[in-house]
Design a protein around this ligand. Sequence first.
Ligand SMILES: [Zn+2]
Length: 316
Amino acid sequence: MYVRTVLGDIDISNIGHCQCHEHIYLEKGYSEKVNKVLCIDDYNKSLEELKHYYSNGGRTIVDAQPIGCGRSSQKLVNLSMKSRVNIIASTGFHKLIFYPSDHWIFKVNTEFFAELMTKEIEDGMFVNSDLNYPRQQINAKAGMIKVACDVQGLDNTYKKYLLGAANVAINTGVSIQCHIEKANTAENIVNYLLEIGVDAKSIILAHMDRSIEHLKENLSVAKKGIYMQYDTIGRFKYHSDEEEINFIKEMCDKGFENNILLGLDTTRARLLSYDGTIGLSYIREHFMENLKVNGFKNKQLDSFFIKNPIKALSKK
Ligand SMILES: [Zn+2]
């Protein structure tokens, strides 16, 4: 089994501590106009953050920014080389509010978009291509398909892109990670992917812990065998870490310990090198200890940060 990183395919034994949804570097552009915390464009600060993560025992991250909205394939390669942190880059699409109305993503059909994502996974990612249709490729490949739905959940506009992404996941064996805006929209999205034929073990739902009161919705999708990614740790506008830990405990008590992935969904607001609040190493430095104080065993931590990521991220 192997995982596709920006520096090539690596054996799963080299994954180590992994956070499955982060943002470490973005090119200046439209994303930061939509949300100013997406201004993460200082290469040296991003490198500093990753080096700190490595020195704290962090070994792998998934960079969850897809093509066409600020992702820089070449900078991710350089950052990985210099920091020694494995970076799994994403192809796919974000919420459509992150693209200006004349963006190429609104002009492609399902098949064409699927072909583009396949090229990113099998041949090499395109260079930064926010303004023009992507043409120039580098050797580094994407190892994740990031997709998104907005508050309304699965509508015809998003279905068009999601269908393409689902087919690419089936054909390449790379997992799909879906940004969920509202927990009650998740079931329809998961059912749609499963109906197309995506393996449950290739589906990761992101942000389902933003509203931890939605335990019922979390349980009903987790039962389908997919991965539940809780990446709202340290985002105190949503809830405290203690509430997050209780929520994780409830999911474990219901039998979903092997489905849980964790991360911070970092932006400028939380990256320490950008004067943010907690830093990419917050989990290693604080949250893991907090889990242990609250009764979690080392074996469970290994599942959340090593074993489950390996299963969720390896190319099938
Ligand atoms: Zn994110």
